[in-house]
Design a binder for this molecule. Structure first.
Ligand SMILES: [Zn+2]
Length: 355
């Protein structure tokens, strides 16, 4: 009896985190020259053979209430499907992967990922150099090759982190080649994914225009035939009620539904009103925090933003936390910053921060 008959790959272990290296090797092995990027056949490519392997002596977290955890367990996989999970499995022909001191568990699912922007993961929030202004400048000048490279970087990082399913919310589709770039990267790396066709940075400025219906239909026809090993599904990334009027988003949703595409959109509370810089400048607490930051940065020989960003200082001066628990709730005050500076900041608030 094959593994498929006993337990499907997805039932228990989409992939195990110890296998990330194997996944990345597959990713590298299928690398394409950029000249073939847009011409190679889209619908018929197959992933490389998955082979047979056994992970030995891992700490297995099955997530199955009946099976529980299995310390020092084995996972036997053949052709992408589980054969067996347990202790001391007999698998004479399988390649052995040493799982000692590793956790083997079902792959994680990331429900929101902008693969095209993976290259900019290091962009930190710092005034004008914040994520959104930077990405709206970089997005329009990217080439499809850039998008492909960025997507591969993001997928590789995902696999390395134990993610085996991602939702690529693709919202820098300047023309159809950019959708092809993401899809090719997803297919080349062999990760399971929902690709949600979105819009371009440009279209975001044009709320009265609909998404490119013709190209969405083309992508569905070209990429989502029977031949993608079932790993990829198509969705629609909608600007939705936040960014478009009802006559536009309704038309888009009707179109997406006519193709059977699931619809997702960004949602969240409206941004908190920012204090005007002049307000912050007049605030004695803000002035004290800035002076303290300058001193700490000099003492520690680090740039001021390493101690705290302006936005963090502003959030502190707004929240006026008079205790460590209150300071912990301030955006930007993570555990290491609390450890290093928490007591000093609370002391400053207590001395000058009372309204
Ligand atoms: Zn997003």
């Amino acid at each position: 009896m094959t593994a498929r008959n006993i337990i499907s790959r997805r039932d228990f272990i989409a992939a195990v985190t110890v296998l990330s290296a194997a996944g990345m090797a597959a990713c590298a092995a299928t690398s394409q020259q950029s000249s073939r990027l847009w011409t190679a056949d889209r619908g018929s490519s197959k992933l490389p053979p998955r082979g047979e392997f056994v992970v030995r002596n891992a700490y297995i977290v099955t997530m199955d209430p009946k099976l529980g955890d299995i310390p020092n367990g084995d996972v036997h996989v053949r052709d992408g499907a589980l054969v067996a999970v347990g202790a001391n499995l007999n698998a004479p022909n399988a390649e052995v992967i040493d799982g000692r001191n590793r956790i083997a568990c079902p792959g994680f699912v990331d429900t929101h990922f902008h693969l095209w922007g993976s290259f900019a993961r290091g962009v930190v929030a710092d005034g004008e150099f914040d994520y959104f202004p930077v990405m709206s400048k970089l997005g329009p000048v990217m080439t499809p090759e850039d998008a492909y490279a960025s997507a591969r970087l993001g997928i590789t990082e995902a696999i390395y982190s134990g993610l085996t399913t991602i939702h690529d919310w693709s919202h820098n589709i300047i023309d159809g080649r950019y959708a092809d770039a993401d899809l090719r990267a997803l297919r080349d790396c062999g990760i399971r994914a929902r690709f949600s066709y979105g819009y371009s940075r440009n279209l975001q400025q044009k709320p009265k225009e609909t998404a490119d219906f013709n190209d969405i239909a083309r992508v569905k026809g070209e990429w989502f035939g029977a031949a993608n090993d079932g790993l990829l599904t198509l969705g629609f990334a909608s600007r939705g009620a936040g960014d478009t009027p009802p006559e536009v988003y309704r038309k888009e949703w009707e179109f997406a539904r006519s193709l059977g595409l699931p619809i997702t959109q960004h949602a969240g509370p409206p941004p908190a009103p920012r204090r005007r810089r002049s307000d912050a400048a007049d605030d004695p607490l803000m002035a004290a925090l800035r002076a303290w930051r300058l001193e700490r940065a000099r003492e520690d020989a680090v740039p001021a933003y390493v101690v705290a960003h302006d936005a963090t200082l502003e959030a502190i001066s707004e929240a006026r936390p008079t205790s460590l628990p209150a300071l912990r709730r301030v955006k930007g005050m993570g555990p290491s910053r609390i450890d290093r500076y928490g007591d000093e900041i609370v002391a400053i608030v207590n001395s000058v921060g009372r309204d």
